[in-house]
Unconditional design. Sequence first.
Length: 160
Amino acid sequence: MRLNETATMENSRELRIKAMNEIDVLPGRTKQDEMLKRMYDWWGTWQPDYEGWLKCADSLYAQSAIINAIGGEQKYCDYRISMKGQRDACNMEMGPILQSIVNEDTVALVYDMYLIPKGMKNPPVFKMTVTEFNHFDLVDGKLMVTRLDLYTDGGNMPKH
């Protein structure tokens, strides 16, 4: 799927839902089609609040998943804690998927993420481009992400 509109932080949710609805009407024929649908469904139902994110994330990531993000490789249970810290510090919005590709058991995505620090007057918006690789496997009969490798360009965040 290709994004045909200019994505902004303000229209991100609308574009994520639109893409989810478009892919959901396509018939799933292969494991790769189903993996891609899972990712677009996850994107369409993604929630900015921590509790909403947990509900979505628990439906996508296997409990035994390895996550390489937010400071390095960790178990999914630890990643959940890392995300809580991130959500406590910043409001977050996910842009729509800009590019996706499926190869064997992996869905690669490119998208923009927006972070807005909490507790500041007129906070800056940090926009970063993210590339992630979601490795799928069957877990209890359901396609789940068993490994996530996530990389960012650092956006316009200050370097410490």
